[in-house]
Design a protein. Structure first.
Length: 395
């Protein structure tokens, strides 16, 4: 019935539906959801909610609360129920009204979107309804009785939408999500893990997304993240992606005096974090000759040497590859070799290591040291550095 001419009947209908869901019987709520969906109830609920917030004659928000609660029940239904709920008329209807209801009801509606976003089949439809900019706009709200719960629902929904989707990550970045995510991490919110994962994934999304990260000092942010052991690999991967995309600007930031010690945090990591951090660290050295020189003069070599007794051969090999990069890019390679007594150290590794791959890498280093000693070393081009680091014989 039309709300304007049959308001009383509409309100009775809402009461009746609410009582059906409140019954403590053996019939699961999802069965009721499916029956109501077949009758086209969802679009009517969205339209009625819009009429209720416009109705100045209502004495309370009871019916707004009841509809929001009903919608929450539907958002927890099975795939068929959720697919009905994300149809354009329903989603757009709810998005158009969410800003007009009190904050406590906004949270209920955001909980609906969060539950819907947990089903991968709904994500493209939600995106087509332009839900991402709507959700991000509410992150600007910093006051209210339930603002923390609201942010929790918003970020959780945005995480589900953006995870593993470069297109949606770009849309979120362009619509201003990055500063909000950085703030969540900075204040040590319980949601920081969600925020960090989205930010790190964004560095691999697209050139435009990386440009948005740069505007928001993303390079500096990822460098600071290197102090978090469990995020060091993701942060290095993000830095490697940003550096490869915009080497000139990103390199100049990474070389700043205050940032070099942050990069050396790689060697403070432990376990799998340390092992997995070496590959992206090596990619960074491969891209930037100047950063390799800075790190070579900033105590990186001794830190590499400290870990050469690692029990895993692949780790020892990667450490020697890092040493090769530092040596190749160094302004005074002979001084580097002599200062750290590299010849006898690498010779012992070649003679005693039980891994053929490690011994081969050690032999490459010794041949390079020999060329320096004979005055034949002129320093390889960037192309040669790159191919050598990929394991191609260059000597």
């Amino acid at each position: 019935p039309d709300y304007g001419t049959h308001k009383g009947l509409v309100l009775i209908g809402i009461d009746c539906i609410s009582k059906v869901f409140d019954m403590s019987g053996i019939t699961p709520k999802n069965d009721f959801c499916r029956l109501f969906v077949k009758s086209g109830i969802l679009e009517r609920l969205a339209k009625t909610l819009s009429n209720l917030v416009k109705d100045s004659t209502l004495q309370s928000d009871d019916y707004v609360d009841k509809i929001c609660t009903l919608l929450f029940y539907f958002s927890q239904g099975d795939n068929g129920v959720k697919m009905a709920m994300v149809q354009k008329t329903v989603t757009e209807g709810l998005l158009s009204v969410v800003r007009k209801v009190p904050q406590v009801f906004q949270v209920k509606l955001f909980k609906c979107f969060q539950r819907l976003s947990m089903d991968s089949a709904t994500l493209d439809i939600l995106q087509s309804a332009n839900i991402i900019p709507h959700l991000i706009s509410f992150l600007d709200v910093q006051v209210g009785p339930v603002v923390q719960d609201m942010h929790k629902q918003l970020l959780s929904a945005l995480f589900n939408l953006c995870r593993l989707s470069p297109q949606r990550q770009e849309q979120a970045a362009v619509n201003g999500i990055i500063p909000h995510l950085q703030h969540v991490v900075t204040i040590q919110s319980a949601l920081k893990e969600f925020a960090l994962q989205i930010l790190c994934e964004m560095s691999h999304a697209s050139k435009r997304t990386r440009a948005e990260l740069f505007k928001c000092k993303g390079t500096e942010f990822f460098l600071q993240t290197l102090s978090r052991c469990n995020w060091i690999v993701h942060a290095l991967e993000a830095l490697a992606a940003c550096l490869a995309d915009d080497p000139k600007r990103v390199d100049s930031i990474m070389q700043r005096t205050e940032h070099v010690p942050l990069l050396l945090n790689v060697f403070r990591a432990t376990g799998n974090f340390f092992e997995n951090a070496l590959e992206p660290f090596l990619r960074i050295l491969t891209v930037s000759d100047s950063l390799s020189r800075v790190l070579g003069d900033a105590g990186c070599v001794p830190k590499v040497l400290e870990h050469l007794d690692h029990p895993k051969a692949i780790v020892r090999k990667n450490l020697l590859r890092i040493l090769m990069s530092l040596f190749e890019k160094h302004a005074h390679p002979a001084t580097l070799v002599q200062e750290h007594k590299l010849v006898p150290l690498i010779t012992r590794i070649v003679e005693s290591d039980n891994s053929a791959l490690v011994r081969e890498m050690g032999n490459r280093l010794l041949r390079a040291f020999k060329k320096v000693g004979e005055g034949q070393w002129e320093g390889p081009s960037i192309h040669i550095c790159t191919t050598s680091l990929l394991g191609i014989e260059i000597f």
